[in-house]
Write a protein that binds this ligand. Structure first.
Ligand SMILES: Cc1cc2nc3c(=O)[nH]c(=O)nc-3n(C[C@H](O)[C@H](O)[C@H](O)COP(=O)(O)OP(=O)(O)OC[C@H]3O[C@@H](n4cnc5c(N)ncnc54)[C@H](O)[C@@H]3O)c2cc1C
Length: 815
């Protein structure tokens, strides 16, 4: 038995790189009543056998920022702790062997520049000069990131652990956590094989065991163990210690130097599960049996790149299990199920690269209750009801692993584990030619193929105009000129019920929701920094009842945000009603004419104006109709109990036939809303951006004296010049904007596009991004510049705008 303390403020479970980094950062933040418990010895899980490549570039600016933090930390860690780390900043090369890959690489270089990283596009010859051992006959080009590097995973973790101890954190090896005690929805203690530790907070950094450890607290950590292999060669002449790391996605392989030889690993398209649940324990410093047959195709691809490999002796073949997630991103943050249980796990074979930054972010999240910046891409609340089943998780995660090095096409959809969640209209939509996409397990029509014209409802991806471009243009035109019907049943829908529902939402919402029943309010919900945590419509159904509608993918996040911010003592309960109601959205100038034929209720503009909700009887169906729009046209969201959905859909199409009513999908919603300047959470708006910088200041009740969450931060921001402002950009229709294109104003880099697409009515490429300037940005500054966008390495002229390019109704709000 050890002398474990009987209590600690914070208990970290797991002593891999992520637990050690979290411990170091908590300690350095002055949190010293912290104990890290490791069942075996430090690093003995996945960390010790990692290959040690540290790359930084991801598609999210803030995840790249985390990885950049890792690099900065690893640069100084040895000096700070006196412990060697094996860290070398020798750069990273990425090859392209096909024209499409070269476009991808060029776009990545643009992304890197947008995010402040130095990444050069170079020729095959220049790549070979940096990596002389490789043959480049099939190489079209490459990109070089000079600040990437490599580390010794065990040493760097040992240095993090040493730094944590130096900062006052306690680390205990040989202590297994066997249970987590939860009372009244919050954690109170961990049970170990050597006694109980009462605690306020628990941080689960248990790698592949995190799913099992999470279950101890009733928390779902959706990750899967997959076998991952690499070889280490004997010394090879010409391999120097300064060799950059190398990624060769078309040959599915990665490389780095190690003791004069090479490490070479790869991502096979047919990964092998580590088929155990839960993973065995102990599994200390253990590996799995190497599978040469399985690795052979990777080896053959590798030999084509580095012929010297054929002559090199293989010193060791490593088969290490590692945790992977269904979307290839790691998992961070407070679990939505239990207060004060935090998770840092599922690192998808880039835990060494992420460890420094992820530990920093997690420590701040644990200590302050909020992440340092928007981490939605890795937030545990991005998962939902579809992420509980292990078999489904495995199916989807294996696909994600197999796609690690395949082309990352714009708008690419997953295929595995589908269909899972289906609206009651699914079969009808399929019959009508729907090409479905997937969000949080839901099948949602992205676009409709005109089979009579020979179109197939299949996505063919491209960096230029994809095969659905014409179909979306058709739907877009129908919405602008006639009428369309969207199935948006997957909307997340909550009801806030109780005597104090108004008081609770008045605190949580930035806009004024204290309205009479039947009013709809478009509002943001802000964090204490004034950043936008949710972007929703709030409809008052009765004095003690509100309906809150938000995007499909935000179901878990927004529910957690609202539920956890209801002030103590108020009578207000949040209920998820998503599965009870289907939502048909009828939009377009002819929407009223169609709906009128199906209801005896008065839906004239006078009787049913914009921003109102009414219960209607439509073709026998009890409908809650919301007069809102996210596409900039006259129309209604028709909420109906699921068992009426098919009847309502059929009736609308029957009535709409003479008016040319068309089915339309999510890709048309996107092009329509871009043209109308409506913001999307997770793209243009999110926790890092306030309504003021996002151009949504008109939806904030700052002119009243009503207190609300985030008010103080907004007031402070309003009192000074804004550091950035969201602007729209339009470019020649031949340009393809996808997001992350760098924005240049008068030749200076001022930001990047958060999202992009095409405006079919205005006939221009459109995108939105923040224009930044340390001394402040105002409308004049935005509008007075001469702009260019970097699109795959080419500067194209663009025009900035602050008013929507399409705005016939002048309605500036979604609700
Ligand atoms: C073959 C291979 C190559 C890789 N190459 C790279 C690379 O080049 N670059 C890169 O960035 N990443 C790489 N990785 C990924 C990297 O190794 C992992 O992402 C990283 O080590 C994960 O760290 P962790 O702290 O989350 O998990 P782990 O290192 O697994 O740590 C979790 C710890 O939790 C402990 N634990 C579990 N349950 C309990 C319990 N109940 N009580 C107490 N302790 C518990 C375990 O014993 C373990 O030590 C590679 C992985 C593999 C398998």
């Amino acid at each position: 038995m050890t002398d474990l303390p009987s209590s600690a403020k914070i208990v970290i479970i797991g002593g891999g790189i992520v637990g050690c980094s979290t411990a170091l950062h908590l300690g350095r933040m002055g949190q010293t009543d912290v104990i890290l418990l490791e069942r075996g010895r430090l690093t003995s899980g996945s960390t010790w056998h990692a290959a040690g490549l540290v790359g930084q570039l991801r598609t999210s600016a803030n995840i790249t920022r985390l990885l950049g933090y890792s690099v900065d930390l690893y640069d100084r860690l040895e000096a700070e702790t006196g412990q060697a780390t094996g860290w070398k900043r020798n750069g990273g090369l990425r090859l392209a062997c096909r024209p499409e890959r070269m476009i991808e690489v060029k776009r990545q270089a643009t992304t890197a520049r947008s995010f402040g990283l130095d990444m050069h596009v170079i020729s095959p010859k220049e790549a070979q000069d940096l990596w002389p051992l490789m043959q480049v006959d099939d190489v079209v080009g490459a990109a070089f990131l000079p600040t990437d590097g490599q580390a010794s995973p065990s040493d760097i973790s040992a240095a993090l652990a040493k730094g944590a101890r130096m900062a006052g954190v306690t680390i205990r090896e040989g202590v297994a956590v066997t249970g987590i005690a939860v009372e009244n929805g919050r954690v109170v203690a961990v049970e170990t094989d050597q006694g109980r530790i009462a605690c306020e907070k628990v941080v689960i950094c248990a790698g592949q065991w995190a799913r099992a450890v999470g279950r101890m607290a009733g928390v779902n950590v959706p990750l899967v163990s997959i076998q991952h292999q690499y070889v280490i060669t004997e010394r090879i002449a010409g391999v120097t210690p300064t060799l950059p790391t190398l990624r060769d996605p078309d040959r599915l392989t990665y490389w780095k130097e190690e003791v004069g030889g090479l490490v070479m690993g790869g991502y096979e398209p047919n990964p092998k599960l580590w088929d155990v649940d839960p993973p065995p324990s102990p599994f200390e410093f253990q590996l799995l049996q190497p599978d040469f047959d399985h690795f052979e195709p990777i080896m053959e691809l590798a030999l084509g790149r580095v012929p010297a490999l054929a002559e090199a002796g293989i010193k060791q073949m490593i088969n290490g299990p590692e945790s992977f997630t269904p979307d290839g991103n790691f998992i961070l943050g407070e679990a939505p199920e239990v207060k004060n249980v935090f998770v840092g796990a599922g690192f998808n074979a880039f835990g060494i690269a992420s460890g420094g930054g992820a530990g920093m972010a997690l420590a701040e999240w644990v200590a302050t209750g909020a992440p340092p910046f928007d981490l939605w891409t890795v937030d545990i609340r991005r998962f939902g009801r579809n992420h509980h089943d292990l078999d489904w998780l495995r199916t989807r995660t294996m696909e994600a692993y197999g796609r690690h090095y395949t082309m990352a096409w714009p708008s690419e959809e997953p295929e595995a584990g589908r269909p899972l969640r289906r609206s009651p209209l699914y079969d009808r939509l399929q019959q009508a030619g729907a090409c479905f996409g997937e969000k949080l397990g839901w099948e949602r029509p992205n676009w409709f193929a005109d089979r009579a014209a020979g179109e197939e409802p299949v996505d063919r991806y491209s960096f230029e105009r994809p095969n659905w471009f014409a179909a979306v243009a058709r739907e877009h035109k129908a919405a602008r000129e006639g009428a369309v019907l969207f199935d948006q049943t997957s909307f997340a829908k909550f009801e806030l019920v109780g005597r104090d529902a108004e008081a609770a939402l008045t605190w949580i919402c930035a806009n004024d929701v204290a309205k009479p029943a039947g009013r709809i309010v478009y509002t943001q919900m802000l964090n204490a920094r004034g950043g936008i945590e949710a972007d929703v419509t709030v409809t008052r159904l009765a004095s003690d009842r509100y309906l809150i509608v938000t995007g499909t993918g935000f179901a878990t996040h927004d529910f957690h945000w609202i539920a956890s911010n209801i002030p103590d003592g108020l009578d207000a309960r949040l209920v998820d009603v998503t599965s009870a109601q289907a939502v048909l959205v009828l939009m377009g100038p002819l929407a009223r004419a169609i709906l009128e034929t199906l209801t005896r209720d008065d839906i004239s503009n006078a009787a049913f104006p914009f921003g109102r909700a009414k219960r209607l009887s439509v073709a026998g169906c009890p409908v809650l109709a919301l007069r809102v729009t996210y596409v900039g046209e006259l129309g209604w969201e028709l909420h109906v109990p699921v068992e009426f959905a098919a009847t309502l859909y059929d009736a609308l199409h029957f009535a709409g036939g003479p008016y040319g009513l068309a089915n339309a999908g999510y890709r048309a919603i996107e092009t329509l809303r871009l043209e109308k300047g409506y913001r999307a959470w997770g793209a243009e708006i999110g926790p890092d951006h306030s309504p003021l910088v996002a151009g949504l200041g008109g939806f904030v009740k700052l002119k009243t004296a009503i207190p609300f969450l985030g008010r103080a931060a907004l007031e402070a921001q309003a009192a000074a010049p804004l550091p950035r402002l969201l602007a729209g950009f339009s470019a020649d229709p031949s340009v393809t904007l996808l997001g992350r294109e760098t924005i240049y104003r008068d030749g200076e880099r001022v930001g990047w596009l958060a999202g992009g697409g095409f405006g079919h009515t205005v006939g221009r490429a459109l995108g939105y991004g923040y224009v930044r300037r340390p001394e402040g940005v105002d409308r004049d500054f935005v509008l007075s510049g001469r702009y260019e966008l970097d699109v795959a390495g080419e500067r194209v002229p663009a025009e900035a705008f602050l008013e929507p390019p399409y705005d016939p109704t002048g309605i500036r709000i979604r609700a």
